[in-house]
Design a binder for this molecule. Sequence first.
Ligand code: HSE
Length: 291
Amino acid sequence: MLTVRAPATSANLGSGFDVFGVALERPADVVRVEKAAETTITVTGAGSQYIPEDPRKNTVGAVAEALEAPAHIRIDKGIRPASGLGSSAASAAAAAVGLNELYDRGYTREELVPIAAEGEAVVSGAAHSDNVAPSILGGFTIARHDGVTSVDADIPLVACLPEIVVSTRDARRVVPDGARMEQVVETVGNAATLAVGMARDDPDLVGRGMHDSVVTPARAELIDGYGNVHASAVEAGATGVTISGAGPTVIAACHEGDRGAVASAMLDSFERSGVEARAFKTRIGRGAEMF
Ligand code: HSE
């Protein structure tokens, strides 16, 4: 039997829609895999009552099939589904890493990314890699259609998860069909700034590069209180604030010393909008780890 801890992740980071992602130091899913004649899945932990245990409907079932690696798979969720923190991706990433080792399949971590992304497609309808890539590889990742680039980065973050459910399918329906050329130019500038900020561990550059005027404004409508939470975080010292993945988590980059104040400001602001929330004081972390 093998145990794998795969971290929550934050995709998009504003300007990197469907491309950028970061692994978070916490929270994480823990997945145990054991060889079996047929795949079975049990799920416990955060939001487990909403996650199907039928292997044909669960992300990890698709991963087990893709790797031809039937197993008893036990998932302990540290990450609630429909949170914007890559919940299904973390389970898929952990299963891919664990089953690859259990059955000695010999795939590299980079090669496991598209396999885990197929699992993601089961729940979100689209096989994008911007959550599975950082959950498997760690650090900051750039997922393109032809592969993934990753780099270690150390940026303090606050992930504030309100008690609102936004499904990825719904959040993808509001994504605009296109962008004006001036928005494309702005987005390239912001995304490039963010990438340089990651390489330099510079929270100011990362925060500045998180701005996005294409997808984020449309999705903000799905998150009660988003505008106020954004403003409160910036006032408390956040260098950049955006929606994590498809939401509803709101993620802020900041300097280490401001993280407590940013977390409190975001929680208070959600509370003033009548929305209960919890805040994870976290940072960019490592990818899936095996025990
Ligand atoms: N890039 C994806 C999106 C991540 O924003 O829809 C969510 O799974």
